[in-house]
Design a protein around this ligand. Structure first.
Ligand code: SF4
Length: 503
């Protein structure tokens, strides 16, 4: 991180921690600062590690301009003290999505740390990985990590720190790996091979999860982030958060109200199913009564009513953001979304009547069985909503089948077809509906990483070293097709990622 950036970011923050322990952990987020500071999980781990008297945990994130840092010929540093990341006792990395793996390679190179465990040996700090990505597919990360936390991080912090301090006492990396491998929910590739342990879930007592830093430079600007519930009670067949995989756990209302004592100007309610939280209205009301603005990460259209939308607007929420998740009613039904067009129309009416400015709808395209009729229905439906709300925005994402979901074995719709659908939707809605879309090429990379084994992680590393363009990934992935399948088959035979509650 460059000195100028460090000063700019630190000066604007509330809640910065400066740990005093002698064991240094560099907490890495493979995206720029604005994204890192909008990640609740990253902030929770930052605080929990710094609460330990022996630990000093400092953040490091992908520089806004990595080339500028390279030109200085200086290594990547931490944000708080500007120490070289490579001088830390341990590197902890938070990963949200498969494509973020490229950011990990970039940051490790900037820190002058070899990316693979095989290259590093025992001469570099141990690397511990964790984050939402582990709910989907862990194996591609295995070549790069000494240990991977599968599932929630909170329950393993204490035993993890104990194990790390053991390495300091004994000077033995092998002893560290042995201890880490004993912790439930911690996958140690050098000990477990490809048998990933079952996912560990936090008890309800860990909720609400609360952020630490608020800053105007975050995408979720000036917000204290709060996760009132974890998991989701629904059964959408494409989603890793579906209730069969992770039962929803809720925080008591009073503990959420206690969060409002913060100096942060806004409260950001984040999580997979915020509008499903039983006390969401009371929590929003408490935030407003404490003089806070509110933000909310996702709304289910069928949970909205006049009172909820009034509270949101009173808290300064101006863009109604909902997920349709499919272009047509028939496909929403197939996804078991439990949502009808009338709910989305009602959401638009509520947004209009409360003076909101924008109606934003997330839609997945390239779903199994999708036809031209489904796309036409999306065009007609978007125009119908536009009669209610003057500004309509569609966020389009190609469908990426995720392991351990009912649609996990679905095929990825060819990139050419996805591009054709996108082009069609843009042409039909040009000048009337704002369209943002995720590139089908990068969704394909995500798909391959989310379905593959350890070999695909190594292939992604090759692709990144070759330049990191789509053609580099295509070449690298195509070259390793057979071994990838073997690894995946092996992983499936071990029954990996079966959540604790499902065993
Ligand atoms: S898509 Fe949303 S509502 Fe459906 S299971 Fe996932 S988090 Fe829940």
């Amino acid at each position: 991180m460059l000195l100028d950036d460090r000063k700019k970011y630190l000066d604007a923050e509330g809640g910065t921690l400066f740990g005093h322990g002698s064991y240094h952990i560099a907490l890495m987020y493979p995206n720029p600062y604005s994204v890192a500071m909008s990640s609740l999980g990253y902030q929770v781990i930052y605080r929990l590690l710094n609460e330990h008297p022996d630990i000093s945990c400092e953040r490091t994130m992908l520089p806004d301009d990595p080339e500028a840092l390279r030109r200085t010929r200086k290594p990547l540093t931490t944000l708080e003290s500007g120490r070289p990341v490579g001088g830390a006792n341990c590197i902890a990395i938070s990963l949200a999505y498969e494509p973020d793996l490229a950011g990990v390679f970039e940051m490790l190179q900037l820190a002058r740390i070899p990316a693979t465990r095989a290259e590093r040996g025992d001469d570099f700090p141990p690397i511990i990985l964790g984050g939402p990505i582990t709910m989907s597919n862990t194996l591609p990360l295995a070549p790069f990590a000494d240990a991977i936390i599968v599932g929630d991080g909170e329950p393993v912090i204490q035993p993890l720190v104990d194990a790390l301090l053991t390495e300091v006492r004994t000077g033995s990396r092998q002893r560290l790996l042995d201890e880490l491998a004993q912790i439930p929910g911690v996958y140690v590739p050098a000990r477990h091979d490809s048998a990933v342990p079952s996912m560990l879930l936090s008890p309800t007592s860990d909720l609400p999860a609360i952020g630490q830093i608020w800053t105007p430079h975050a995408e979720l600007s000036n917000m204290m982030l709060v996760e009132t519930s974890r998991g989701c009670p629904r059964f959408c067949s494409f989603c890793v958060m579906r209730s069969t995989a992770q039962p929803m756990r809720e925080a008591p209302l009073q503990s959420v109200i206690d969060v409002m004592q913060t100096d942060a100007p806004r409260i950001g309610f984040v999580g997979a199913a915020v509008s499903e939280y039983s006390h969401i209205k009371a929590a929003l009301r408490a935030a407003i009564e404490h003089g806070k603005g509110v933000g909310i990460s996702s709304l289910r259209a069928d949970r909205l009513d006049d009172e909820l939308v009034e509270l949101l607007t009173a808290g300064g929420y101006r863009t109604m953001t909902v997920a349709s998740d499919a272009p047509s009613q028939a496909l929403r039904g197939k996804l078991k979304k439990g949502l009808r067009g009338k709910h989305l129309i009602r959401a638009a009416e509520l947004a209009a009547s409360h003076g909101m400015r924008v109606f934003k709808m997330y839609v997945i395209i390239g779903l199994p069985g999708e036809t031209q009729d489904d796309l036409d229905e999306l065009v007609d439906f978007s125009l119908e909503i536009r009669k209610i709300m003057p500004r309509v925005a569609l966020g389009l994402s190609p469908f990426v089948p995720k392991l351990h979901t009912p649609l996990g074995d679905a095929t990825f719709t060819p990139i050419k077809e996805q591009d054709k659908s996108l082009k069609y939707l843009r042409r039909q809605l040009r000048g009337r509906v704002d369209i943002r879309s995720v590139s089908a090429k990068w969704a394909w990379i995500e798909y391959r990483l989310s379905q593959g084994g350890t070999d695909i992680g190594l292939a992604a590393y090759d692709a990144w070293r070759a330049g990191g363009r789509f053609a580099d990934y295509k070449r690298a992935f195509d070259a390793m097709q057979a071994p990838e399948r073997d690894a995946l088959e092996q992983a499936r035979n071990h029954g990996l990622w079966q959540p604790a509650g499902m065993r």
